[in-house]
Write a protein that binds this ligand. Structure first.
Ligand code: M6R
Length: 613
């Protein structure tokens, strides 16, 4: 978590840092701060709350500086407060640092420093690392900062992306990364540093993605990259393929609703150049170039977190159905610690919007060490998970800024569907007729999503009717069971209403005890082979006076008659349906959240990219 920004060059640093922090607020927003080097002195300003509160507090302050660093925080060590906000100042006031990550062995280092007489002004692991660096400098004949940092980093465990500035070195930012992302934008006589490219995009499109265990010495006219062994590395410059409009709200009230409404385009972009429905073909180089590896897999493991894990559950059903390969879906956080059996040649599909989720990343590193083949389904281009993967397919959903994942999820489903179809065709486990039908249906998804979005006002009315409920139940079967889980997760994170997702038939094994006249139960009840079964489940809820809200296939009169409220979606094959059924549930959570006055793009306690354990 946490967003970091740095600037060194000829412009005023503060406005660039402030704007960058606003763009990175999705990564954490419980406090923020900046350190500016002006008048030969390091000045640090920090404030609990969102970046807007820092901006307010900065009015009237001297911000005339050409170098600075800024941070927006998602608390790990120490409560959200002014004192725990970054940047921190070292004990002698000569160094300032921001940090994204966790220093796991900070307690031991802190004790050592306390014994030496250091006092700490915050509860953070970051201040410990900073004073550790200061102490190393002191004990090594006032060695150069980069040298002290290198020594320190060899002794710490955990994850970090850090930026450091030094009073006596007024044009240089020293940066390092392990496990938390860092991008450096290359301008003319200036450099920009940030957790992702969004604060950089309007100044330059040339960037360098810093790798783990690399250290950067950044001056206005110079970028030196080194490894921790002090050897120089040639920076690899990438051209950003992103426009500024993609990271702005474009007239919508929130990023979340903008991103929901972008889905016809993002799904189209995801299919483009891969799906050739009329020719009856899918071209995915990540699959085609590695087909032997994929066909020889005895099983596929899918590793992901949160919404991406739900996409994995849908993929499990689809891959087993179409490819007849056994699939297991794992929470990355469990997988990484539970000593799973991973053998050479096993295929792991890693699903991640951000490509930076710490649990997923570490799980993959371990699996890779054991010889597994990693296939990444990632949205953020150039991210850590994309780079650790042996092969993969980007979801091409564009930057997703709202904390709730929406367009990235449908992108994941579209990619995974194509991967399954491509493997099934190569493996011969699908008939030509079925293959062609699914290709045609997949091609129609953007249009069908568009038709759902045209009726968003109907979902808004339903949301207003049920916004005061204290609990919700979401039920689905088959391919729509993971969508029930996703609907519940969306509602929880955006509206703070307790919600549970269940396979509809499981309801009678426990959750049915919750049903009374106050409980809204959302059924995902589109036409599929389990339709009659789910109708029975609806009857069971109705018999207990629960309020039935249903997502149904157009023209399904019987489902309508059983529902208190319903929303119709276009007819679709059961394998394709999740791409459609999830959209009204995204809208439901958005409209409930906004009706309750919640800042849906930045709901409490959450961060977009979970780069800590
Ligand atoms: O970036 P990732 O897809 O790896 O993130 C995984 C989860 O943190 C993420 O899906 C989270 O659950 C979202 N807030 C859900 O909307």
């Amino acid at each position: 978590m946490c967003g970091i920004v740095g600037y060194t060059g000829t412009r005023q640093a503060y406005p660039i840092i402030l704007k960058g922090l606003k763009r990175l607020e999705y990564r954490g927003y419980d406090s923020s701060g900046v350190a500016l080097l002006n008048d030969g002195k390091l000045n640090v300003y920090k404030k609990k709350g969102k970046v807007a509160e820092l901006e307010e507090a900065m009015i009237g302050k001297n911000t005339d500086a050409h170098i600075g660093i800024g941070h927006t925080r998602w608390a790990t060590h120490g409560e959200p407060s002014d004192r725990n906000a970054h940047p921190h100042l070292s004990a002698n006031g000569k160094l300032s640092m921001i940090h994204n990550g966790i220093i796991e062995n900070y307690a031991l280092i802190k004790q050592d420093l306390v014994n030496k007489g250091y006092h700490f002004t915050s509860d953070t692991d970051t201040e410990v690392l900073l004073n550790f660096i200061e102490d190393i400098q002191k004990n090594n004949d006032d060695c150069k900062l980069e040298e002290a940092l290198r020594i320190a980093l060899k002794r710490v465990s955990g994850a970090y992306c850090i930026l450091l500035i030094e009073q006596d070195n007024p044009d240089t930012i020293i940066a390092a990364r392990k496990g938390s992302p860092l991008v450096i934008g290359i301008g003319k006589g200036e450099h920009f540093l940030a957790s992702d490219a969004s604060p950089i995009i309007e100044y330059t499109k040339e960037v360098v993605y810093v790798n783990d265990y690399e250290l950067a010495i950044v001056k206005p006219d110079e970028l030196i990259l080194k490894n921790l062994g002090n050897e120089k590395i040639t920076p690899y410059i990438t051209k950003l393929d992103m426009e500024l409009a993609a990271i702005e709200k474009g007239g919508y009230d929130h990023f979340m609703i903008k991103e929901i409404f972008e889905q016809p385009n993002t799904i189209f972009d995801c299919l483009r150049g891969r799906l050739y429905a009329k020719e009856g073909n899918i071209k995915m180089s990540g699959v085609d170039d590695n087909i032997d590896q994929l066909l020889n897999a005895q099983r596929i493991m899918i590793v992901a977190c949160g919404t991406s894990w739900h996409a994995g559950l849908v993929a499990e059903y689809i891959i087993e159905e179409l490819c007849r390969i056994p699939v297991e879906v794992e929470y990355a956080s469990e997988f990484r610690y539970r000593n799973p059996i991973v053998n050479k040649g096993d295929v792991i599909i890693a699903i991640s919007q951000s490509g930076e989720t710490a649990d997923t990343l570490v799980a993959l590193e371990k699996a890779k060490e054991n010889g597994a083949f990693i296939f990444g389904v990632v949205n953020a281009v150039g991210s850590s998970i994309a780079r650790i993967s042996n092969a993969g397919a980007y979801t091409h959903a564009g930057p997703e800024i709202g904390v709730a994942s929406t367009k990235a999820f449908t992108g994941q489903l579209a990619v995974l569907m194509m991967v399954a179809l491509d493997i099934a065709k190569h493996k011969g486990t699908i008939t030509t007729e079925r293959y062609l039908k699914l290709l045609l249906e997949l091609e129609q998804v953007p249009e069908k999503v568009n038709s759902i979005l045209k009726n968003a006002a109907d979902i808004k009315s339903i949301a207003e009717k049920y916004k005061d409920a204290s609990d919700f139940l979401f039920l689905g079967r088959g391919y729509n069971f993971p969508i029930a889980l996703e609907g519940a997760l969306k509602l929880k994170e955006i509206s703070y209403i307790h919600a549970e997702g269940y396979p509809a038939a499981e309801m009678k094994h426990g959750p049915i005890a919750l049903v009374d006249e106050n409980l809204p139960v959302v059924f995902i009840a589109t036409h599929d082979p389990y339709h009659e079964k789910i109708m029975s489940n609806m009857q069971e809820i109705k018999a207990r006076k629960g309020k039935v809200i249903s997502i149904i296939t157009e023209g399904d009169l019987f489902s309508k008659s059983l529902s208190n409220d319903y929303f119709e979606i276009p007819m679709a094959d059961e394998l394709i349906a999740p791409l459609l059924t999830v959209v009204p549930l995204q809208l439901l959570s958005y409209y409930v959240g906004t009706a309750k006055g919640i800042d849906v793009d930045k709901p409490r306690n959450l961060a977009k990219s979970v780069t800590v354990e």
